[in-house]
Write a protein that binds this ligand. Structure first.
Ligand SMILES: NC(=O)c1ccc[n+]([C@@H]2O[C@H](COP(=O)([O-])OP(=O)(O)OC[C@H]3O[C@@H](n4cnc5c(N)ncnc54)[C@H](O)[C@@H]3O)[C@@H](O)[C@H]2O)c1
Length: 278
């Protein structure tokens, strides 16, 4: 793994969504700390009760701020308290938030509960707009700062079992582009999404057939699946000054999966299933 020592020295940030040590946001926090950044951590009040975020905060000398990312006042509180903590604006923000009650309850896409569907969009996509609008109106991010949200290829391609989260990710990526234009134009702030490989986390493992999906994408990707730690490395690169002109992009971080149609390893496994039928 490349050495990221001091690449974020002097940078301040906010990391939303670290629940436990499997969370992508958790790995990002660890790597950002190693890279010399200071940051606050935020998660929903219920996640603070059941998760391990205090351990992470202790390790990284961070402040934890409870916030339901669907509530504007909560997001305002996160930016306000973070700026008080640092005595100034921040340089990077990670939105690592997603949840679908339809996925959790096993409702299939052609039999959705619409209250849950709205909740999926609120939590997994509109929360990003709220975060961006709040940061923008409070002028909370320094020029050349970087805001990143995590997405998934189900925004472009249909993947069995991903359900209404595919719609949420499509909206998330669109919000990133639309706001990225305004934020870049007005305040020179970058806004991007990273489209990450399936990753065994609490949210990821909730998707129906997740183990098979993980195996399939591993076989299909020439470089194999990207892990949460790999994703953290990419986030650090995007927070750093080395990517100052990257904005309004959806950046695939998936070992090559999104450009593949069929691979030798997947074909070999597929052929085996016919042999079993003989
Ligand atoms: N795991 C995967 O396979 C995968 C792949 C691509 C993208 N992603 C995305 O990565 C992000 C992080 O997920 P993860 O895989 O690390 O799982 P995770 O379960 O560790 O993280 C999801 C986080 O969302 C938080 N959250 C849910 N509702 C919230 C609310 N109302 N307010 C504030 N926070 C709330 C949870 O508390 C949790 O910390 C999500 O956007 C997810 O869709 C995950």
């Amino acid at each position: 793994m490349a050495n990221t020592d001091s690449i974020l020295k002097g940078k301040k940030g906010i990391i939303f969504g670290a629940l436990n040590n499997k969370s992508i946001a958790w790995k990002v926090a660890e790597k950002a700390y190693e890279a010399g950044a200071e940051f606050t951590l935020s998660n929903a009040p219920v996640a603070l009760r059941f998760g391990d975020i205090d351990k992470l905060a202790e390790k990284c000398n961070s402040l934890v701020i409870a916030a339901d990312a669907t509530i504007l006042e909560d997001i305002e509180k996160v930016f306000k308290e973070s700026m008080e903590f640092f005595g100034g604006k921040v340089d990077f923000v990670l939105h690592s938030i997603g949840m679908s009650l339809n996925v959790r309850k096993g409702n299939v896409y052609n039999d959705l509960n619409y209250n849950y569907f709205q909740k999926t969009l609120e939590v997994s996509a509109l929360s990003f707009h709220k975060l961006l609008q709040t940061a923008f109106s409070m002028d909370a991010v320094n020029e050349w700062g970087s805001i990143v949200a995590l997405s998934y290829v189900a925004a472009q391609r249909t993947l069995y079992g991903y359900n209404d989260m595919g719609d949420a990710k499509a909206l998330l990526e669109s919000i990133s582009r639309s706001f990225g234009y305004i934020y870049g134009r007005e305040k020179k702030v970058r806004v991007n999404t990273i489209s990450q490989s399936p990753t065994p986390t609490t949210a990821g493992s909730g998707v129906k057939g997740f183990d098979s999906l993980l195996d399939f994408t591993e076989r299909m990707s020439p470089l194999g699946n990207a892990s949460a730690a790999d994703c953290a490395g990419y986030c650090i690169a995007l927070f750093s000054d080395l990517t100052r002109k990257v904005t309004m992009q959806n950046l695939f971080h998936d070992g090559g999966f999104s450009s593949m149609g069929m691979s030798l390893r997947a074909m070999t496994q597929y052929d085996k299933s016919f042999k079993d039928c003989d």
